[in-house]
Structure formats: C-alpha cells, structure tokens
Design a protein around this ligand. Structure first.
Ligand SMILES: CC(C)(COP(=O)(O)OP(=O)(O)OC[C@H]1O[C@@H](n2cnc3c(N)ncnc32)[C@H](O)[C@@H]1OP(=O)(O)O)[C@@H](O)C(=O)NCCC(=O)NCCS
Length: 134
C-alpha cells in the first residue's frame, strides 16, 4: 500500500544540487565520452532554474564565463550540478555552477566542471525587467 503524501514528505529544495541526472550513451561524443555540449546544457538548466526562482519568472542566459572542463564524464556517471547565486544586479543574476560526478556507486565525488552563468530577467516582450527584491 502507498502512504498518502503529507507535508513531512516534502524534501528540502533549497539545498543540494539544482539538477541531478545520469550520463547516458546518447549523450556521448564520437569518442564515447560524454559530449561537453550536453554537460554545458545541464549546467545552464541548473543555473537557469535557480535564476528563475530568484527572479520570480522568466530568464534568458546572457553570458558564460570562466567555463572549465576539469575531468571527463563517462557513461553511467551520476551527474550533479550545483548552482549558487554570486550576485544579483538590477536585471541580472550571476550564478556559479559546479558539476560533480559519482562513479561506480561507492566512489568519492569528482569535480568535473565549473563556470559562471549570467541570466537576465525578461518580460513577455523578451526585454530585461528588474529583479524583484527578496
Ligand atoms: C538577454 C537580453 C534580453 C539582454 O538585453 P540587453 O539589451 O543586452 O540588456 P542590457 O544591456 O540592459 O543588460 C541587461 C543585464 O545583463 C548584463 N549583461 C549584458 N551582457 C552581459 C554579458 N555578456 N555577461 C554578463 N552580463 C551581461 C548587464 O550588465 C545587465 O545587468 P544589470 O541590469 O543587472 O546591471 C538580450 O541580450 C537577449 O535576448 N539575448 C539572447 C538571450 C538568449 O536567447 N539566451 C539563450 C541562448 S540560446
């Protein structure tokens, strides 16, 4: 029997990774390792989620800085992207995203990428809007 959901079942969404997924064979480059563009997309999704919650609405990625790929990601790796707000400007939110993988179920996490993503809060007209105060 499945228990009814209660308030106590709600997980803590403000801690932990912004996204977690598993690297799949479809995400590889021609050499068989995970494609950097796929990883970059996961990081952008992670940062975008956090930025959108802070901006309370739609955001667009405007810049990516200091992007570094430290280690390869392999098929089967558990991939976790962490996103931390660095700065909130008038219309922009700057977020540091780091990616860690766990490999083989019992290994230590490995830091594989990091980068700084800037998102602009935009309105329905796709023009910048002011980020609300907290
Ligand atoms: C996002 C967009 C609406 C911003 O319009 P814009 O006229 O360039 O906006 P502004 O010059 O007023 O800058 C808006 C904010 O972004 C910041 N910004 C602009 N370019 C930046 C860059 N390259 N890196 C970091 N921040 C940047 C500005 O400093 C400003 O921040 P602030 O208001 O907090 O001080 C526009 O550039 C756009 O639509 N870009 C495409 C977005 C997109 O499609 N992203 C997905 C890629 S597929």
């Amino acid at each position: 029997m499945i228990d009814d959901a209660s308030d106590q079942d709600v997980p803590e969404f403000t801690t932990g990774p912004a996204i977690r997924t598993t690297a799949m064979p479809a995400d590889t480059n021609p050499s068989g390792d995970i494609f950097g563009g796929w990883l970059l997309a996961q990081m952008d999704i992670a940062g975008g989620n956090v930025a959108a919650y802070r901006a309370r609405g739609r955001v667009a990625t405007v810049g990516i800085e200091a992007m570094t790929f430290h280690q390869p990601v392999l098929v089967g790796d558990e991939v976790s992207c962490y996103a931390v707000i660095q700065r909130v400007g008038r219309t922009s939110v700057r977020i540091r995203v780091t990616t860690w993988v766990r490999r083989g179920f019992c290994s230590e996490p490995i830091k594989v990428t990091e980068g700084v993503f800037t998102y602009v809060a935009i309105g329905p007209d796709r023009r910048p809007r002011v980020v609300p105060s907290e």
